[in-house]
Design a protein around this ligand. Structure first.
Ligand SMILES: Nc1ncnc2c1ncn2[C@@H]1O[C@H](COP(=O)(O)OP(=O)(O)OP(=O)(O)O)[C@@H](O)[C@H]1O
Ligand SMILES: [Mg+2]
Length: 424
């Protein structure tokens, strides 16, 4: 079934993950080798100028960014791309948790897949504004009679089946505009998956998701948050700020062009000022033909740190208000290209008082290590989630891949499979 479905849905057996961001569009191409192992065979990156905080403001600019990223990926992989799996993220994404209850109707009160489908149907009977649509309904846990925390109720005996689900919604127009850009660029968007779910597939371990952790995707225009607990997502939100604000601040405060501000940020800035030698000097390019000047490196850091602190404090406040701050026992995993900022881990740890690390996508096979960068987590995750669904192998964070056993409702991949049956 797997191979057939793949052939049916995705031309040439390729899986292409497309992550259209506020600053960059990334396309990653996965393919199954002769041993049915997933390999990354190409990728493409193009600057993105048509979006603001995940919302399309300029169709032409966005579609040309999509075209350019996919064409680069085609060139690298030597394959023609017809379709893709599209990531949805940004400030227009929202979430809620819901519950459903049904009486078990199976023969002899044994829970069947029909009972599970009915309880999911019941759990998603929530009122959603007209301008929003459900992107995912993700099972968190089941309660059979009074037994809580059940991951897979299939074949269990019971009278009453309850399900707890995490519902992720997105703005109808935002998604339609993204789809329009992809279609007009000449590619078929096969399905849409929340960007954070994809990044989580790439950089979170099962232990982290079980114990409770926060995935923080710091991009150019938005910072996407997702809290996992007991293996499933419980909270999804976004802060409308990211690395671009930091570059803006540098440009204004040091009177440098945006390109130079970006370079200074990447090469000399740190958001942990305390670790910088107070006597260290850096060269700042002059504007309008003026000579470069020297400033203390600490001055640059004292511009960057407060902005990053602000983003982190906004995130912390949101989590605290929603009651999920105490859930992040296994710490914070940072992704998005801005997660590479020097000193960020230290700053995050001091603000949240839990451990933090940068989530680097694991080696999958195929290309070398160049895609193993937190900026690629979402695009790679889109490929992996799709491969979970259609392929027989499951690449892990640290290995080339291992045979997987398909079990109802036991992993995000299977959840996505359920979602697809439901919504696609
Ligand atoms: N080495 C680096 N050090 C610090 N910041 C970096 C580095 N590389 C990239 N960035 C920053 O990362 C940000 C872009 O991140 P990313 O590419 O993940 O965003 P995006 O996906 O385009 O945007 P969004 O997710 O907000 O829609 C930019 O602000 C850029 O300056
Ligand atoms: Mg992004």
């Amino acid at each position: 079934m797997c191979t057939e479905r793949r052939r049916h849905n995705l031309a040439d057996n390729l899986i292409v993950g497309l992550d259209i961001g506020t600053t960059s569009t990334r396309a990653v191409v996965g393919d199954f080798n002769e041993d049915d192992q997933l390999e990354i065979i190409g990728y493409g990156v193009a600057p993105s100028t048509g979006l603001r905080r995940g919302v399309v403001l300029n169709i032409e600019a966005t579609l040309s960014s999509v075209t350019s990223a996919i064409e680069s990926a085609e060139l690298m992989s030597g394959r023609e791309i017809h379709s893709c799996v599209l990531g949805i993220s940004g400030a227009n994404v929202d979430s809620l948790n819901s519950k459903g209850v049904v009486a078990v109707a199976g023969k002899g009160r044994e829970i069947t897949s029909e009972d599970i489908a009915r309880v999911h149907e019941a759990a998603q009977a929530v009122s959603i504004p007209m301008d929003r649509e459900i992107l995912h309904v993700i099972p968190q846990a089941y309660i059979v009679d009074s037994q809580r925390g059940i991951k897979d109720p299939m074949h269990m005996m019971g009278v009453r089946l309850e399900s707890e689900v995490h519902i992720i919604t997105s703005s109808v127009t935002t998604t339609q505009n993204l789809l329009k850009c992809v279609n007009r660029a000449g590619y078929r968007p096969e399905r849409q998956i929340l960007g954070s779910l994809a990044a989580a597939r790439t950089v979170l371990s099962d232990e982290e998701k079980d114990l409770g952790c926060l995935l923080m995707d710091i991009g150019g225009g938005t910072t996407d948050l997702m809290v996992f607990r007991e293996g499933a997502p419980w909270y999804t939100a976004a802060i409308p700020a990211g690395g671009m604000q930091v570059t803006n601040d540098i440009s204004i405060m040091l009177s440098v062009l945006m390109d130079n501000a970006e370079r200074l940020k990447r090469e000399a800035a740190s958001c942990w000022t305390a670790s910088i030698d107070p006597d260290e000097l850096i060269a700042v390019p002059g504007i309008g033909g003026r000579e470069p000047t020297e400033i203390p490196r600490r001055k640059l850091c004292s511009i960057v740190q407060p902005r990053m602190e602000e983003i982190l404090l906004m995130s912390k406040e949101k989590l605290e208000k929603a009651g999920f701050l105490k859930e992040i026992k296994a710490g914070i995993i940072l992704t998005g290209a801005a997660a590479q900022m020097a000193g960020l881990v230290e700053l995050v740890e001091s603000i949240f008082e839990v451990s933090a690390h940068v989530g680097i996508p694991g080696a999958i096979g195929g290309l070398g290590d160049e895609y193993r960068n937190p900026g690629f987590a979402t695009a790679i995750g889109l490929v992996l989630l799709e491969a979970d669904e259609i392929g027989p192998v499951e690449p892990t964070r640290n290995s080339g891949g291992a045979r997987k056993e398909k079990k109802h409702g036991s992993s995000l991949g299977n959840l996505v499979s359920w979602l697809k049956d439901k919504f696609v």
